[in-house]
Design a protein around this ligand. Sequence first.
Ligand code: FMN
Length: 211
Amino acid sequence: MDVSQIRQEYTKRKLSKISVKKNAFEQFDLWLEEAITSSCHEPTAMIVSTVSPQNTPASRVVLLKGVDDGSFVFYTNYSSRKGTHLSGNASIAALFFWPELERQVNIEGRVEKCTTQQSDAYFNSRPWKSRIGAIVSPQSKIIASRTVIKKAFVLEAAKHLGETVPRPEHWGGYRLVPERIEFWQGRPSRLHDRILYTRAGDAWNIDRLAP
Ligand SMILES: Cc1cc2nc3c(=O)[nH]c(=O)nc-3n(C[C@H](O)[C@H](O)[C@H](O)COP(=O)(O)O)c2cc1C
């Protein structure tokens, strides 16, 4: 299949330095809300990229579970591949792509683990079966078959029938504290709008980037 002629002209919206919010988080909230109310598919899905101890990058999708206290929060297995990367190098990049709005947001910063209280609170809000899944899945490890994990699930579920399921230590949240957030709006003729926020103490510097 020849993909070289697939192209889309972006015409829906504009973005200017004068129209954006002074605070990058307020601007993000505005765009996230628009993504949700415009029925974008998986509006909270973000691609997060980490770096291995050998300096090789890796990316995968996770779900944003909150924007609070100057950070973007997601939950995962701390012993997973991404968790191993982040324990050696806290640098991370996150990317939202909302094609229905012809928008992307690029976030770069560092992660910190969420407090155990925050991770517990979110874990306890998850469906019971998802909590069992989090306990039994050695995320990112090679397993012999699907049967192995299904058996582990059934055995673990039997232990917690009718009970609350405690959060395993290997599972919890990360807070991405950004240094840089770029808002990208597709425009005609590939002359896209790019507005970059960089942290300046408690405030943000705002610049326009060439498309
Ligand atoms: C839409 C979508 C949402 C996902 N959400 C999460 C998530 O919130 N947390 C998570 O650990 N994995 C999530 N995953 C699975 C990850 O993409 C990935 O497969 C997993 O975290 C293992 O990644 P790793 O081996 O690089 O650590 C999601 C995948 C998709 C496609």
